[in-house]
Design a protein around this ligand. Structure first.
Ligand code: SF4
Length: 272
């Protein structure tokens, strides 16, 4: 399905529910032989994949080394590890979790992993271990245990809301969660890390922006890795957030074959 082939293209719910996933869709996309299919079956059994039609449409299908493709299409090398045991938790985050899902590594900030769901699963993600479970988000109980911990930790002045992708959460639940943090006097800054403007920019609706604007000072950290991800749709998504007073910063992951050249990084930074 390509842009222009459906009136629903700009509807984020349609994009989300029509994500490309499963072995048959992958096999069709990559034109896999039977034996290749078996290899990919093992990859996606371990590390789920899903891609929005929008993000898939950015791929140049004639280029096997396309930088968008490398970020979202599974690759057998994902399960060929050189350091046994290091792949599941490369940043040793579990060792710094006082309550499930909340990482407290530095004295003045915490990172809350609020969901295991993403609109598209980046093949380079360092939290792939969270994909192994279902796409179900965190329960309110789990979220409020994080809030309770922060409320009892006066050193914490910044909460980074991460995942998974927090902007895949039901709006109401995310609203309540942010509200609970905003009510804690020592929490000065909220920051959300999200790849939604890149892979599902139509999700940045007015409703979502208005809800987020209630909790300023709130920063959004986007995750653009390549200049070709900067499209009219992703630009509009970022402008919507800026217009309600939410500053944006960007985190780029240095990726071999995607953006590991001076030209690509320069073009990306200038375009951002
Ligand atoms: S959006 Fe973030 S959490 Fe989700 S797969 Fe990509 S890098 Fe990982």
């Amino acid at each position: 399905m390509n842009r222009g082939q459906t009136e629903q293209w700009s509807d984020w719910r349609w994009q989300f529910s029509n994500r490309i996933k499963g072995l048959d869709a992958l096999s069709e996309f990559l034109q896999l032989t039977y034996s290749e299919k078996e290899i990919y079956r093992d990859v996606i059994a371990l590390y789920r994949y899903a891609v929005t039609p929008y993000y898939l449409s950015l791929i140049d299908r004639s280029d096997p080394n396309d930088p968008i493709r490398k970020q979202c299409i599974p690759d057998p090398r994902e399960i060929r590890f050189s350091l046994p045991g290091s792949e599941e938790d490369p940043l040793a985050e579990r060792a710094h979790m006082p309550v499930p899902g909340l990482i407290h590594r530095y004295p003045d900030r915490v990172l809350a992993m609020v969901t295991g769901t993403c609109a598209a699963y980046c093949r380079h993600c360092n939290r792939k271990r969270t994909w192994i479970n279902s796409e179900a988000g965190s329960t309110s109980d789990a979220l409020y245990r994080m809030v309770d911990y922060v409320a009892g930790s006066p050193n914490v002045r910044e909460v980074i809301v991460s995942g998974g992708d927090p902007l895949t959460m039901p709006l109401r639940l995310l609203d309540k969660f942010l509200e609970a943090f905003r009510e804690i006097p020592h929490v000065e800054v909220l920051r959300i890390g999200t790849r939604i403007p890149v892979v599902l920019p139509m999700r940045i609706t007015d409703d979502l922006c208005q809800m987020l604007a209630k909790y300023r000072p709130l920063w959004i950290n986007t995750h653009f890795n390549h200049p070709r991800e900067i499209t009219p749709e992703s630009t509009e998504a970022c402008e919507r957030l800026l217009k309600v007073g939410i500053p944006l910063s960007n985190q780029t992951v240095l990726l071999k074959g995607v953006n590991d050249s001076l030209e690509v990084i320069r073009d990306l930074c200038l375009a951002l």
